[in-house]
Design a protein around this ligand. Structure first.
Ligand code: AHG
Ligand code: MN
Ligand code: MN
Length: 313
């Protein structure tokens, strides 16, 4: 069972102090800190673009990077200077890039901007990060040592997990990440559900599972952004997010390496589960960078229930 820091001191705890007290290895905590800081720059870019940066020319006729690409550039440039990162893989790039000198300890994956199709609607969006201790795509082993996401909503929040629970921080007006939820633990069962994919494309087993949730009066909560949709399951201490296998797309939509592995790592640290409907997300072999995978992620009761319905169909 992961250990947290007592409520007694939590109001004074900033991210660096929290990681130090939790015993996170020094280079890893510096890296997590640096990535959290990059969240501020990405947020500044979101504000600067004011929803207009969608790959069009600006008023001077210059080509603009889309927000996803700008966020990717921010991450890559800062990670290059960090001194802790050997390889960087991003949803925005076709290949893994070598950004270190060769001796660095960590390998980073990123979905620099998740939910970019929501930018014009001003719904919450996020950045998802995985930190590995072996080269990305190392065969047959689970190599994640930490995962985090930053959510750009009414507040900017950051959740990290580095093997000692999952913890949420809020960026305060002084620009510091301050602990808001220490050692988040999911209940066995929640009461919200979040469902991706067209209903007409669902498989019979998945449809039966959804009908079960409806019968049990689960509340529907789907924004179309994985980060906020996942975040509400975590913060409400249970429930389920799923983007299932579809009839036309048996591998679903979300990406195993960039989106699902980090969130699976975080949910497990919070006492929840993540599967593709059969096996744990973290035990699925990643064969290529853009590999997609169905997902059922949340509290244990609902994820186990999904497995039962899918197996029976
Ligand atoms: P991205 O913006 O990084 O490409 O990811 C979008 C994802 C994810 O945020 C969300 O869960 C899913 O796409 C939504 O898909 P639908 O539009 O099919 O609901
Ligand atoms: Mn995404
Ligand atoms: Mn993205």
């Amino acid at each position: 069972m992961a250990e947290g820091i007592s409520d007694y001191t939590k109001f004074a705890i900033d991210l660096r102090r929290h990681m130090w007290k939790a015993g996170v290895e020094i280079e890893l905590r510096r890296l997590i800190w640096q990535i959290a800081v990059m969240g501020k720059y990405i947020s500044a870019k979101i504000h600067e673009s004011n929803r207009k940066l969608a790959g069009f020319k600006n008023i001077y006729g210059e080509e603009q990077l889309t927000l996803d690409r700008s966020a990717d550039e921010i991450l890559k440039n800062h990670l290059e200077d960090s001194g802790f990162v050997r390889e960087y893989a991003s949803e925005e790039r076709e290949a893994i890039i070598q950004i270190g000198q060769g001796g660095e300890k960590y390998f980073v994956t990123a979905d620099p901007l998740d939910g970019s199709s929501l930018v014009d609607t001003n719904l919450a969006i996020g950045t998802i990060i995985g930190i590995h201790k072996e080269p990305i795509l190392t065969e047959g082993r689970e190599t994640l040592v930490a995962a985090m996401y930053i959510m750009y909503g009414p507040l900017i929040t950051m959740v990290y997990a580095a093997g000692k629970g999952a913890h949420e921080f809020v960026l305060n007006r002084e620009g510091e990440y301050v602990l808001s939820e220490d050692n988040i633990r999911l209940k066995e069962r929640g009461d919200i559900y979040s469902l991706g994919g067209l209903r007409s494309e669902w498989t019979p087993g998945h449809l039966k599972f959804v009908e079960y949730l409806e019968k049990e009066s689960y509340k529907l909560r789907y924004s179309g952004g994985f980060v906020p949709d996942f975040n509400q399951v975590l913060i409400k201490r249970g429930g389920i997010f799923t983007y299932p296998a579809l009839k036309e797309n048996p591998r679903g939509k979300l990406r195993l390496l960039f989106e699902l592995q980090p969130m699976a790592f975080i949910i497990e640290q919070a006492g929840g589960m993540a599967t593709d409907g059969k096996q744990d997300i973290l035990s699925i072999k990643v064969e290529n960078l853009n590999q997609r995978c169905p997902v059922y992620i949340g509290s244990r009761f609902e994820v186990e229930k999904a497995k039962e319905f899918l197996a029976a169909a």
